[in-house]
Design a protein around this ligand. Structure first.
Ligand SMILES: Cc1cc2nc3c(=O)[nH]c(=O)nc-3n(C[C@H](O)[C@H](O)[C@H](O)COP(=O)(O)OP(=O)(O)OC[C@H]3O[C@@H](n4cnc5c(N)ncnc54)[C@H](O)[C@@H]3O)c2cc1C
Length: 384
């Protein structure tokens, strides 16, 4: 590379991790680097707010932004689909060509894969992307009482708390509409307890919140099949009037077929530096797998994608400036847990703690709910 010519840093994916990485890289490096963000979508929806949208508390436009804010900060936006990653040639392929890089940050997230389970798309709802959350909102609006089943189809899935928040927000919504007493809500998961990665205290406290709302909880109960008006668990058909099933997740194809993928298709990374096995290539967020000492993996959550992006941006900026010291991602994270009725709890902890993550749960209250709204507003103003 000729001296003084700007380095080319390419970020794949403009979700939570990619936005933070690209913004910080440009802030830190200015004219010393071209920061190119490749993102197929022209708009970004803040996923945590989809749960409020599902119960009519947000409109799509209030939680969706275009990428003009990033362009104003000097990030070069390319709205295309990434079709290949060739680490031996230091280039990525898109639908229309090839983009070379000096440093690459992969932040392509996880793909929802409802088609893996026959009948799931046709007969169930979920709040995990904008069009689906809107359809669920409409179905809830039409609902006049009956049996609601909330289920987690398979592991891993994004945001360990979100399915439990979904069940409790639906509880709050049905109460507000005066039809909770003519409805039953049941929650099924293959997990042994809620939020297993956070330890038993966190799990029991979420289970207690479900019980306090009359939501029956069925742990260690994988989904076995989907019928038009029933789900099959443990060999039995459980009929419902409304089913909300968090669909299976898989790694993006472009990752699974690349040399970066590990045996299960996700990208193994060094947990401190987020380096992959390829030189000058980092991966952050939901596309990665980071094993923990308790045998589970770091959850797929925006809070970690964000923290990892900060570390990677700092370390790439240092390398470009010739400073070889490295910052380390420390596995700390905080997550609000919406419980309905204008309240949230909070889980906060050190997920890299040895031998098990150290996570404290704070009881649901109005102040955590207000803090969750403030965080949403901060995110939507700050990053796009
Ligand atoms: C309903 C819901 C609630 C949630 N609540 C919380 C919460 O309260 N707290 C929390 O921490 N996390 C929460 N999460 C999880 C959080 O949203 C994700 O963990 C986070 O977005 C991961 O960031 P990421 O950058 O890895 O991936 P993403 O944010 O998913 O971004 C990936 C980006 O890559 C783009 N992309 C993918 N493939 C290609 C391709 N081939 N070419 C070009 N672009 C591509 C996608 O369009 C996307 O913009 C929630 C998620 C959901 C669904």
């Amino acid at each position: 590379m000729a001296e003084n010519s700007p380095q080319r840093v390419v970020v794949l994916g403009g979700g939570i991790g990619g936005q933070v990485a690209a913004t910080r890289l440009k802030q830190k490096l200015g004219s010393a680097a071209r920061v190119i963000l490749i993102e197929r979508s022209t708009t970004f929806t803040f996923a945590p707010s989809l749960l409020w949208l599902m119960v009519g508390k947000r409109q799509p436009k209030t939680i969706t932004r275009d990428y003009s804010g990033l362009s104003r900060r000097g990030v070069e936006l390319v709205h295309e689909t990434v079709t290949g990653i060739d680490t031996s040639a230091s280039e990525v392929q898109t639908e229309s060509g090839v983009v070379g890089y000096d440093h690459l940050v992969v932040a392509l997230g996880a793909v929802l894969d409802p088609e893996r389970i026959p009948g799931l798309s046709e007969h169930t709802h979920h709040p995990y992307d904008l069009p689906s959350a809107e359809r669920l909102r409409d179905a809830l609006h039409r609902f006049t009482g009956g049996r609601v089943t909330v289920a987690i189809a398979s592991l891993p899935y994004k945001c360990p708390a979100a399915p439990y928040e979904t069940a409790m927000l639906i509880d709050g919504y049905l109460r507000q509409r005066g039809i909770r007493d003519v409805s039953q809500i049941a929650m099924y998961t293959p997990e042994p307890l809620p939020l297993p990665v956070a330890g038993p205290q966190a799990g029991y406290s979420v289970a207690a919140e479900l019980a306090a709302r009359g939501i029956t909880f069925h742990p260690r109960t994988p989904l076995e099949g989907v019928e038009p008006t029933a789900l099959r668990f443990g060999g039995e058909l459980v009929p419902h009037d409304l089913a909300v099933v968090i669909p299976p997740h898989r790694p993006p194809d472009v990752i699974a077929k690349s040399s970066l993928a590990g045996p299960n298709g996700w990208i193994p990374v060094d947990r401190a530096t987020l380096r992959t096995r390829a030189s000058n290539v980092y991966a952050i967020g939901d596309s990665t797998v980071i094993p923990l000492e308790n045998g589970l993996a770091l959850p797929k959550a925006g809070v970690f994608a964000h923290g990892e992006a900060e570390v990677v941006a700092e370390n790439i900026a240092r390398r470009i400036r010739g400073d070889l010291r490295e910052e380390a991602f420390d596995g700390h994270g905080t997550c609000f847990l919406e419980t309905g009725g204008g309240k949230s709890g909070l889980a906060r902890g050190d997920f890299f703690a040895s031998p098990v993550p150290k996570v404290a749960m704070h009881r649901p209250g109005r102040s955590w709910h207000a803090a969750k709204i403030a965080f949403e507003q901060y995110w939507l103003r700050r990053w796009l």
